[in-house]
Design a protein around this ligand. Structure first.
Ligand SMILES: Cc1cc2nc3c(=O)[nH]c(=O)nc-3n(C[C@H](O)[C@H](O)[C@H](O)COP(=O)(O)OP(=O)(O)OC[C@H]3O[C@@H](n4cnc5c(N)ncnc54)[C@H](O)[C@@H]3O)c2cc1C
Length: 290
């Protein structure tokens, strides 16, 4: 199917993007990688009157550490993350997730920030950013604000961004020494969205769990933080019993629905098993055993 008729504007500055968004409000949409927006327009689930193309705005394609954070510019593609040695070595939750997003065609064009702005509960980056306690920088006519990922994700395909705001950057705090993480995803075939997936990150403090992040994909109306599982682990030893209890609590936090990818019970069980495996890997990486 063809999309409904729309105007197309190729912006060359962020100011132009914001001006068009302010002028046209809900009628306008930012175009980044187009990997979610264009299919929705072709299905006529989205019928924006104007697309503001971000791809010609210089200075948004950077993936670098700055001031104790990993900064991911709005035009950083999944492919750049997949190939990044920095992510593999220092941000393994991100490094493990990137190659599992769809297929090479989607990874070549789709952006991390576009994925977060889209708010798809099946999106992989949302869970990764929850586990790593990331935030996004949004710029609008009133200036810039930083939004924690917990506050950004509001519901299925819904975020707390205003229609006139654009995400310019995602920021992931440096997890520090003695940290580890991973992303485990079950998909029916390569390129599919997750049946269920789990992102974890652990930082050890004198042998105990200092900070911990556990988040889920595809088992709720948004990516979900397994807060009770995190609380159960924090401050204690990462023993097998503690990991098993955290995995049980993560499965309890899941709100899966039965669909073509599996039954709710099956997905909950995947969450439990993946949380357990993910935490073991994270701890092994944090202690340098892997
Ligand atoms: C076949 C297929 C399989 C896929 N499988 C997966 C998968 O397994 N896992 C996964 O996570 N994703 C998957 N995706 C989605 C893919 O990752 C998209 O790239 C991503 O969801 C959106 O990023 P984008 O840059 O393409 O955004 P676009 O499609 O350009 O935009 C998506 C939405 O976000 C808004 N937007 C984009 N950038 C910004 C910004 N900087 N500021 C404000 N708003 C913005 C747009 O206006 C639009 O509403 C798949 C897509 C396809 C087509």
């Amino acid at each position: 199917m063809y999309p409904a008729r729309f105007e197309y504007t190729a912006a060359s500055t962020l100011e132009e993007v914001i001006a068009t968004l302010s002028e046209r409000g809900d009628e306008a949409k930012v175009l980044a990688g187009g990997q979610s927006l264009i299919p929705l327009m072709k299905l006529r689930f989205a019928t924006p009157e104007v697309l503001v193309d971000l791809n010609g705005v210089p200075g948004l394609d950077y993936l670098e550490e700055r001031g104790g954070e990993l900064c991911i510019g709005a035009l950083v593609r999944h492919k750049t993350c997949e190939k990044s040695e920095l992510l593999r070595s220092r941000y393994p939750t991100l490094g493990d997730a990137a190659p599992q997003i769809s297929d090479p065609l989607v990874r070549n064009r789709g952006t991390v920030c576009g994925s977060l702005a889209h708010g798809d509960p099946q999106g992989d980056w949302g869970a990764v950013m929850l586990a790593t306690r990331a935030s996004v920088v949004a710029r609008g006519p009133e200036g810039e604000r930083t939004i924690s990922i917990d506050d950004l994700l509001d519901g299925p395909f819904t975020t707390t961004l205003s229609p006139d705001e654009v995400i310019t950057e995602a920021r992931v705090p440096d997890p520090g020494a003695r940290s580890g993480g991973t992303y485990l995803k079950l998909e029916r075939k390569v390129g599919d969205y997750a049946t269920a997936a789990v992102a974890v990150q652990v930082t050890l403090d004198n042998g105990s769990v200092g900070e911990v992040g556990i988040a889920l994909t595809g088992v709720g109306p948004t990516n979900l933080r397994a807060a009770a599982a995190e609380d159960a682990l924090r401050g204690g030893e990462p023993s097998e019993a503690a990991i098993a209890e955290a995995a049980r609590l993560a499965a309890e936090a899941a709100q899966p629905q039965s669909d073509i990818r599996g039954t709710a019970d099956y997905k909950r069980s995947v969450v439990r098993v993946f949380t357990e495996r993910g935490l073991r890997t994270a701890v092994a990486r944090a202690t340098g055993e892997e």
